[in-house]
Design a protein around this ligand. Structure first.
Ligand SMILES: *Cc1c(COP(=O)(O)O)cnc(C)c1O
Length: 305
């Protein structure tokens, strides 16, 4: 039994009407720790345990750290998550709920991550948030489920942070023989590390992240994410923070699901009929995000207004 669940695949009537074509939603927001991350992280943790790991270490105060904490608890292994001082109380609370040891270190993710590396003993496994083939293989299972349901989309819409989700979905499309199904890869304008890499022809480090979609805030994408754009049809799209937040509120009304702006970014593409025009139907990966609160989403919207 894998650690993740088989998620529902639903055709959303309200979003189909908005987009002017059938819209299928893969509801990864319903994974027990709130995001798709559990697919890849759960797979990686099980493999590492099989190879003798006795302790997992993460440096993500977001959904990747939560997935490691959940996986460790389920596998009966201790988890340490090192997070920077900027991590919200809510995120730390969610990590502690999963029985993880939370170590607060440094003023940025770089410092927390550097400290996490110093903690690694011989029987410890460090679980990366997006740059690991074990993660991509695990994420690919969401496409296996869509294929098993007999639904073949004309395009897959997803969000990109460091590109682990993109790499996994492309792996899933290819291993199901769906080489002809393009991916529409969405980032917010202030977190556009894949867009920058495609423009430059090589991965680049953004000077900073300026977006409310904190889970998309990888300054540089994995090399594999850019490689996917060469072996598969991937179209890069940008949306504003405002559009991502609006899409979160709309999903809450339409489907009664609360997701992070990182997920709202992908959903926001449904408001762009010109982008969707070539596709008879689309599949959106509703990647989720456990740190979302309605208060935070409304506060961000007011800041932007
Ligand atoms: C991690 C995450 C993303 C981005 O995934 P990457 O693999 O980093 O591209 C998007 N949305 C949510 C909710 C996430 O947790």
């Amino acid at each position: 039994m894998p650690l993740h669940i088989h998620t529902p695949l639903i055709e959303s009537r309200p979003l189909s009407r908005t987009a002017g074509r059938p819209v299928w939603l893969k509801l990864e927001a319903l994974q027990p720790c709130g995001s798709f991350k559990l697919r890849g992280v759960g797979h990686a943790c099980e493999i590492h345990q099989g190879r003798g790991a006795r302790h997992f270490v993460s440096s993500s105060g977001g959904n990747a750290g939560l997935a490691v904490a959940y996986a460790g608890r389920k596998l009966g292994l201790p988890v340490t998550v090192v997070v920077p001082e900027t991590t919200t109380e809510r995120a730390k609370e969610l990590l502690r709920q999963e029985d993880a040891s939370v170590v607060v270190h440094g003023s940025s993710w770089q410092e927390a991550n550097a400290h996490a590396q110093t903690l690694l003993g011989p029987n410890d496994a460090f679980i990366h948030p997006f740059d690991d083939p074990l993660l991509w293989a695990g994420h690919a299972s969401m496409i296996d489920e869509v294929a098993a349901a007999g639904v073949k989309p004309d395009a897959v819409v997803l969000s990109v942070g460091g590109g682990g989700l993109l790499s996994g979905v492309v792996e899933g499309l290819q291993r199901n023989g769906w080489h002809d199904v393009p991916v529409l890869a969405v980032e917010t304008e202030g977190a556009a590390s894949l867009h920058a890499a495609i423009e430059a022809g090589h991965t680049v480090e953004l000077p900073g992240i300026q977006s409310v979609a904190t889970s998309l805030g990888a300054k540089r994408v994995a090399e594999q994410a850019l490689a996917c754009c060469r072996t598969h049809t991937v179209h890069s799209h940008l949306v504003s923070d405002r559009e991502a937040l609006d899409a979160c509120e709309r999903l809450l009304l339409d489907q009664r699901l609360l997701v992070e702006p990182a997920c709202g970014a992908a959903l926001a593409l449904l408001q762009h009929p010109e982008v969707l025009a070539p596709y008879a139907n689309v599949l959106v990966i509703v990647c989720g995000g456990a740190t979302a609160t309605l208060e935070q989403i409304r506060a961000w919207r007011e800041q932007l207004a």
